[in-house]
Design a protein around this ligand. Sequence first.
Ligand SMILES: [Zn+2]
Length: 363
Amino acid sequence: MGPIRCSRCKAYINPFMRFVDQGRRFICNLCGFSNDTPREYICNLGPDGRRRDADDRPELCRGTVEFVASKEFLEGPRTMVGIATFDSAIHFYSLKRAQQQPLMLIVPDVQDVYTPLQKDLILPVSECRENLEQLLESIPSMFENNRVADSAFGAAMKAGFLAMKSTGGKLLVFQSVLPSLGVGSLSAREAEGRANVSTGDKIDSDKTIMVTFKHDDKLQENSECGFQGDDESLIPSPLMLNSENIREDGVYLLENGEDGLIYVGNVVEPTILEQIFGVSSLAALPSQAVLEQFDNELSRKVNEVINEIRRQRCSYLRLRLCRRGEPSGDFFRSFLTEDKAPGGLSYVEFLVHVHRQIQSKMT
Ligand SMILES: [Zn+2]
């Protein structure tokens, strides 16, 4: 069985497709169509509405999944392919079979992008398989000694787009550094500014955010973090990642896309503990955070927010309870990056942190 796809728009299965009706149907997140789940793929749903096997299936909990394509799929009569690489320039490859080896065609102008005139940049797989394999084998060694750190990312996308304009298709771009050159380039400063989080920012998948669960209309400084603060999203406005925002009578969620740290202050009101965690004292808190939904408004909101973050993220948020005076509390505080000068912890903080880490390893 190949990857599951939406029968209407052909979208591939992904973590944002929603399974309903005991897993027997799924709603496409791209077109909204309600699909029948293939019988061999059906799985029961947990109380949170996720499939019980979601964490075991990369296509249901990861942002990117590679499927090994069958030979039939690869060599379908009309499958066409083209390869380009880029650093400060863009390199296309002619894969024509008659040639002994793939021919590199360089596009050096990344401000005013064009594609080489050759017609054989994109060819049916069946006509270029040998050269294609040879090229893919040799790309790593071809650029082994390349010291160019610049990336003409935007220009490469544009060139790729132009190259396949007449055939149409899908452009896959692999990028690991800041786009620094040509159209669409960013300076390090711009990129930093965009990644920064401040109160009132909208959440997106590149940000670490922290939100508070406690709404108290008597406290002016926290009022804008209330759950009604933002009508467009279930996610309350994030707080700056600094310790001034952490009060010992509050409960906070800090998430970085992989982990969700729930910090519970030392003097949180018992009623709040009761509502969120179902326990009446700090001592009764479990060390493993298994967040249940209880029958009250606060618990519902906490669960809604966490589920919404999980929906927006590509991976399933692992929850961890953090307490002051415990290694978990230090771990939480190590994420309060807005506190620190560039370079991280102050020396004393660093020593204390290391000391606690060692202690926790020894015990
Ligand atoms: Zn669809």
